[in-house]
Design a protein. Structure first.
Length: 372
């Protein structure tokens, strides 16, 4: 249990159910509470009509409708992107980013999709991250804490007050599979009766936590997996993703095979392009050989220099050449994010807390990326 002054979110479902059952109140009241507070976000949960008396005092003492609050909100000039700076009750902050796509534009039309009805929310799962990927701003923070299921769901609640959300990507701060229980619980709420999101519109991105890759296909059927690969050999991957030492490439690819055997889903492979590091022709061929027999979409992501490491972005010309080798020689379905250094939707580690959205990034629709 936490300190007396801290309260749980009503979306911390396991705690809420346990507390209700402890006082003899049926867990079905959880749905009544959520429905009411979503329709009336300014109401406190204990004011929900029809709650048993025993539940009112308990909820008043231990729960809040929202434990977090939006401290800042910034929308790009063209209206495609909105960043929410969300303060947790402990005082720490995370970001959630809303990206809007035009559902009317054709797939892979070669340009950004302005406005329109599809909105994707990029959520954070941790404050900071312990994985230490060498291109990543969040990785330099170390791990400051795990978000609860309620804090994860609250990002959706806040964003839904800005625009209706259709897709969720776990590509904000943190390694989602290192906060597995809360992420699974949060997604189960998002895809449940109240929020009703389709599992196929949710993508969990990992840098490769092998034991959890093996369990996620069973725990979250229908949800998409994105794998942040960034290198096709163990040696190179260890330079970019230090945790590859604990989760070596051959075991990671075996885990990917097992995941796909169970899930039967196409996997999005994320690859941040770092000039002179992982963008040579030789590396392209190694990557093609590694991926050609897998059901994947490879997403080449221009490195975002705002993440302030020593890396440099690959030139547009080299990106195109790299893609041609993957596509033309190895037949790997490969896409490129177009806007150099601005794409906040690319992968975990490409979301930068202090980066302004005034110059809006061009966006690729995650729904297209994950479709089979
Ligand atoms: S890239 Fe992702 S997994 Fe790696 S340190 Fe950054 S947030 Fe963590």
């Amino acid at each position: 249990m936490e300190q007396a002054s801290r309260k749980y979110s009503v979306f911390d479902v396991e705690v809420l159910k346990w507390e209700l059952e402890r006082i003899g109140v049926k867990a079905l009241h959880v749905f009544t509470i959520w429905t009411h507070v979503l329709a009336h976000p300014d109401t406190e949960a204990h004011d929900v009509p029809g709650l048993p008396f025993a539940a009112i005092d308990m909820i008043k003492e231990k729960f809040k409708t929202l434990t977090s609050q939006v401290k800042d909100q910034e929308t790009s000039a063209d209206g495609t992107t909105t960043k929410l700076l969300i303060q947790l009750q402990g005082g720490q902050s995370v970001e959630a980013v809303i990206m809007r796509h035009d559902a009317g534009a054709g797939k892979y039309a070669g340009g950004p999709r302005q406005g329109g009805s599809r909105a994707t929310l990029c959520v954070s799962s941790q404050v900071g991250c312990q994985m230490g990927c060498t291109f990543c701003a969040t990785g330099t923070m170390g791990l400051k804490g795990n978000l609860s299921a309620g804090e994860i769901v609250e990002q959706l609640v806040h964003a839904s007050q800005v625009t209706p959300i259709r897709n969720i990507v776990f590509m904000g701060m943190g390694e989602p599979l290192n906060n597995y229980k809360s992420v699974v619980e949060g997604i189960q709420i998002m895809t449940g009766r109240c929020f009703g999101l389709s599992p196929s519109h949710i993508t969990v991105s990992t840098v490769g936590v092998i034991p959890r890759i093996l369990s996620i296909a069973n725990d979250l059927p229908g949800v998409n997996l994105a794998l942040s690969l960034h290198a096709p050999t163990q040696e190179l991957r260890c330079q970019i993703v230090p945790t590859a030492k604990a989760y070596p490439l051959h075991k990671l690819m075996a885990a990917l095979n097992s995941y796909q055997t169970i899930s039967r889903r196409r996997v999005l492979v994320e690859y941040v392009m770092l000039a002179g590091i992982n963008d040579s022709d030789e590396v392209a061929h190694q990557l093609g050989t590694l991926l050609k027999d897998h059901n994947v979409t490879l997403n080449l992501i221009p490195y975002n220099p705002a993440t302030s490491s020593d890396y440099k972005p690959t030139s547009q010309e080299d990106l195109t050449r790299f893609q041609k080798i993957l596509r033309g020689v190895h037949g790997v379905r490969t896409t490129i994010r177009q806007e150099m250094g601005q794409d906040i939707a690319g992968a975990c580690g490409q979301l930068v807390i202090s980066q302004s959205v005034k110059q809006s990034p061009k966006l690729t629709d995650i729904e297209d990326m994950c479709s089979s």
